[in-house]
Design a protein around this ligand. Structure first.
Ligand SMILES: O=P(O)(O)OC[C@H]1O[C@H](OP(=O)(O)OP(=O)(O)O)[C@H](O)[C@@H]1O
Ligand SMILES: Nc1nc2[nH]cnc2c(=O)[nH]1
Length: 185
């Protein structure tokens, strides 16, 4: 078996394109328009879910044409691997600043939904008045998830995807398009 983990060039060679840079750009612009139409009066607190959410957030924020405040949370359960642990590990929890606010969570991917469900629950437990979720991609699993996204850029197949903030064994978050790793679901 070929070990891809420490070999970013081989990872890319053995992957297939899922969404081009142009498709990603168009999806982000559409999501920005949808969010603007929905939240323009809310003065939301926008929280990027680091680290995967960083590219989506960077592309989206300048296209949101209403007043907002910005911060971030950080939690991981995949640890640069292709399957997640049951338990989420927090690196930066939401704080008191969410109380009474409309919170907009921005993340790269809604897969099984464990991560965003827990972050949303934390925000609500801290007194957020509303929590709205936007993701660059949602993975089509064909089963019920513990959370639904309010805004979705693109749907991706049930394969391990990377690029646009999403990693492949820690590599390639910087790619402007989205790829699927061969042989990894
Ligand atoms: O819907 P789920 O199955 O819970 O998976 C989605 C989460 O997985 C990734 O985070 P990861 O744990 O890889 O941390 P990262 O943001 O540092 O990449 C991604 O950024 C999402 O937050
Ligand atoms: N990079 C990446 N992170 C994920 N987190 C949950 N699913 C995925 C995935 O398919 N790719």
């Amino acid at each position: 078996m070929v070990v891809l983990e420490g070999n970013p060039d081989l990872i890319l060679q053995r992957s297939t394109l899922v969404s081009s840079e142009e498709e990603v750009k168009q999806a982000v612009t559409r999501v920005a328009q949808e969010i603007t139409a929905t939240l323009r009066q809310d003065q939301p607190l926008v929280l990027c879910v680091m680290g995967g959410g960083v590219v989506f957030t960077g592309q989206l924020l300048p296209q949101l044409v209403f007043p907002l405040e910005f911060g971030y949370v950080q939690a991981t359960r995949y640890h640069n691997r292709t399957h997640g642990d049951a338990q989420l590990v927090w690196k930066m929890k939401p704080g008191e600043e969410v109380r009474g606010r409309t919170v907009l969570l921005l993340d790269d991917i809604l897969d099984e939904g464990v991560t965003l469900a827990e972050i949303k629950a934390q925000c609500l437990a801290l007194g957020a008045s509303k929590v709205v979720v936007a993701v660059l991609v949602e993975k089509m699993l064909g089963r019920v998830k513990p959370i639904r996204a309010d805004f979705v850029g693109l749907e991706v197949p049930d394969q391990y995807v990377f690029g646009c903030g999403m990693d492949a064994y820690g590599w390639w978050r910087n790619l402007p398009a989205i790829y699927a790793m061969q042989g990894e679901a």
